[in-house]
Design a protein around this ligand. Structure first.
Ligand SMILES: [Zn+2]
Length: 90
């Protein structure tokens, strides 16, 4: 299976503190950014640098638990059907 998602680690350009991670499609990956982010350690807005944190096994294992992955629409639809069924039953 091809790896299409990569995990990007976002770091403060000044002190290298980790700001956070994000998962992006490999095709949309942009490591160059001029975004500014608040760094707790620096106590200031700093430039952001990005690294690839490509741990394929971990990425694959975590994909099922990513909050962004399950489409919200499906959850809502299932919930809607459940409620409608409950409404009909009572
Ligand atoms: Zn910093």
């Amino acid at each position: 299976m091809p790896i299409t998602d990569v995990t990007i680690v976002r770091r403060c350009a000044d002190c290298s503190a980790e700001i956070g991670t994000m998962t992006v499609k490999k095709d949309n990956m942009r490591l160059m950014t001029s975004d500014m982010n608040w760094c707790e350690d620096c106590g200031a807005e700093t430039r952001e640098v990005r690294d690839i944190a490509e741990r394929e096994a971990t990425v694959t294992a975590e994909q099922g638990s990513y909050p962004g992955n399950p489409p919200v629409a499906d959850v809502s639809a299932a919930e809607f059907r459940r409620r409608r069924r409950a409404g009909i039953a009572t």
